[in-house]
Design a protein around this ligand. Structure first.
Ligand SMILES: *[C@@H]1O[C@H](CO)[C@@H](O)[C@H](O)[C@H]1NC(C)=O
Ligand SMILES: *[C@@H]1O[C@H](CO)[C@@H](O)[C@H](O)[C@H]1NC(C)=O
Ligand SMILES: *[C@@H]1O[C@H](CO)[C@@H](O)[C@H](O)[C@H]1NC(C)=O
Length: 331
């Protein structure tokens, strides 16, 4: 956990930087005095009624805020080096979300080998600016083992023994999927931290009849497993075996690995809270996996165009923070 990259997104930002923390905590103390009942802020920053912010109590507060975190998730967004605009949009989208309560969700962009001069420079700039990119040892591909590469690399990169893992859960998402991190954290919090397999279970509803033989799996646009499952994938014996079976639709393949090995037996399908985007204009496409945006969404998928991102982000009130100013006007 110590060697982990710093999070630009949902992480509590002040753990390693007590000096940075002083104005922040002072502000929070003042805030607590004025609004003593604001539970969200209290739970993020520990008790309001602590001693004044001397350097020791600052440290204590930081520690209490840290121990209040009871859930850590690494979410890898599998994308390609050239998808600069999508990464910029995703960074904005995640940065402007309300942070999860008592949870840390680190979002990382996952690439295979960088092969062009252009990408080598531009991705380097992104890493310097944001420090949120993992480059794995693979050739860019979708159904040819990138998922295996990701899940097996995470335990090696982030370390942590089996009984004290760096994260409780590891998930992957496509870059046209928008997770709502607070909702994800809340739904994972009550679930098993061993042998867990969470996502949108396929087939759903009416789809079950179409192909009764299909073995259920979490659709590939976003799923999460507990750390022990990633640790198993990463183990030398499993990895070698899985590598031989890494081709084919990655989501079905993944489920097949788990089933064959008797892993991920705690299966959590999210039902209507994970779905594909549906526009008012194309209501004909309504189905068990596609419907209009709903407030308690965990993840919405198929955001392939800018306008779909815009509508989704507006629905979830991402623009609510815009302050009136004479400097701009937007319609
Ligand atoms: C990267 O992958 C290649 C091909 O799969 C392999 O030969 C090589 O040993 C790997 N390198 C590292 C540093 O793991
Ligand atoms: C990826 O790049 C590394 C370092 O340049 C190289 O050793 C490795 O063989 C490459 N892997 C693949 C799968 O191309
Ligand atoms: C967005 O904000 C409006 C106005 O405060 C509220 O009614 C609505 O429920 C919010 N939407 C979501 C998805 O939280």
């Amino acid at each position: 956990m110590k060697s982990k990259l710093s999070s630009p997104f949902a992480e509590i930002p002040f753990l390693n930087t007590p000096i940075f923390l002083v104005p922040f905590l002072l502000l929070s103390l003042i805030y607590c005095l004025i609004f003593p009942n604001d539970l969200r802020l209290q739970s993020m920053l520990a008790p309001c009624n602590s001693a004044p912010a001397t350097s020791t109590s600052v440290h204590q507060l930081a520690e209490e805020a840290y121990t209040a975190v009871d859930l850590r998730v690494l979410l890898g967004v599998l994308t390609r080096p050239g998808s600069y605009e999508r990464r910029a949009l995703l960074r904005l989208a995640y940065k402007l979300q309300p942070p999860p309560t008592r949870a840390v969700i680190d979002v990382r962009f996952v690439l295979c080998n960088i092969t062009t001069e252009e990408d080598a420079t531009l991705v380097a700039l992104e890493i310097i600016a944001h420090d949120d990119i993992l480059v794995l040892n693979c050739t860019e591909n979708m159904n040819d083992g990138k998922t295996l590469e990701f899940f097996s690399a995470v335990p090696r990169l982030f370390g942590g023994a089996d009984d004290e893992p760096a994260y409780d859960y590891v998930g992957k998402a496509d870059d046209d999927t928008y997770y709502r991190l607070a909702a994800l954290a809340d739904t994972l919090r009550g679930k098993s931290r061993r042998d867990a397999y969470h996502g949108f279970l396929w087939p759903c509803g009416e789809e079950k009849e179409k192909d009764p033989a299909v073995e259920p799996f979490m659709v590939g646009w976003g799923y999460v497993v507990s750390w022990d499952v990633a640790a198993w994938i990463s183990s030398a014996a499993a990895e070698e075996e899985l590598r031989r079976d890494a081709k084919g639709p990655e989501d079905m393949t993944f489920a097949w690995w788990l089933r064959r090995a008797g892993r991920g037996k705690n299966v959590y399908g999210e039902g209507h809270r994970m779905y594909e985007y549906l526009d008012e204009a194309w209501m004909g496409g309504l189905s068990c996996y596609r419907h209009l945006l709903v407030p308690d969404t965990v993840a919405v998928h198929r955001l392939k165009e800018r306008i779909l991102w815009a509508r989704t982000l507006r629905f979830f009130n991402a623009t609510a923070g815009l302050k009136p100013s004479k400097m701009y006007h937007l319609n």
